[in-house]
Write a protein that binds this ligand. Structure first.
Ligand code: GLN
Length: 248
């Protein structure tokens, strides 16, 4: 039996900061290499609603500027109940930066505009004109090896919550530059400030998402290995460079 995943890519035309679309490309490729069929659907403003699509196995949603968040917010709120049900039924989600912020209670941007948020998680984001920018190294809290996850962050928002963070900040800023937390883990959802895009740089996170999505519909507990020597080398090079820069 050929396994299949139905992936919804939300607002790739609007929320695609720093190539977040690469997360979808990475998932597609790693599934293709393993003979897993991916059916992808774009959900954006003006396309059919996610409610019509059904049988979703993974939702990917990227980051954007405050302005872009404002543009998608009404459409996103129209899909709130579907996303709520999906997340609480263990649906797999990766939400990056602006969309991570929008899962929470409120976000008032640097210009004082209140951007309506989904209020699905008890997350608060405050904005500041001083942006948190740069390469970032974290240690993931998913019990995944390797522990290290690298990426790039650029956000004015400072995010606070009491859930399990996606990782512990080793270098960089993370959620708010203060508490050493980066991102959020809630059931099968990961929210993170890490662009990069995140998954090609950190294929162990991509495989975690793929495996969890497959587990929701098939009797499977591991994935065939892929030769990730190049990816591992690239990630280690970046992590080591960051550590060296900090020590210099
Ligand atoms: N608009 C948000 C902020 O600056 C998110 C930016 C992003 O997605 N990189 O905080």
């Amino acid at each position: 039996m050929k396994m299949e995943l139905n992936i919804i890519n939300m607002y790739p035309d609007i929320l695609n900061m720093y190539g977040d679309i690469g997360n979808l490309i990475c998932i597609n490729k790693r599934c293709e290499w393993r003979g897993i069929k991916v059916n992808q659907t774009i959900s954006t403003i003006g396309t059919k609603t996610v409610e019509d699509i059904g049988n979703i196995d993974m939702i990917l949603i990227g980051g954007g500027s405050d302005n872009q968040q404002n543009i998608v917010s009404k459409d996103l709120l129209d899909k709130r109940s579907m996303i709520d049900n999906y997340i609480n039924n263990d649906g797999v989600v990766l939400a990056i930066c602006g969309s991570y912020q929008m899962l929470g209670n409120d976000y008032c941007d640097a210009e004082g505009n209140d951007i309506p948020c989904l209020e699905l998680l008890d997350i608060k984001t405050e904005s500041s004109n001083e942006r948190l920018i740069g390469n970032i190294l974290i240690e993931n809290n998913l019990d995944l090896n390797p522990k290290s996850v690298v990426g790039f962050e650029n956000h004015g928002g400072r995010t606070y919550h009491n859930y399990e963070p996606f990782g512990k900040v080793k270098l960089g800023h993370g959620n708010n530059g203060k508490d050493n937390k980066e991102g959020v883990i809630y059931k099968n959802l990961i929210g993170s400030y890490l662009h990069g895009p995140l998954l090609p740089k950190n294929p162990h996170i991509a495989d975690y998402l793929i495996l969890n999505a497959l587990k929701n519909k098939y009797d499977i507990d591991s994935l065939p290995l892929i030769d990730d020597k190049i990816e591992i080398k690239a990630r280690n090079a970046m992590a080591n460079k960051l550590i060296k820069l900090q020590n210099d």
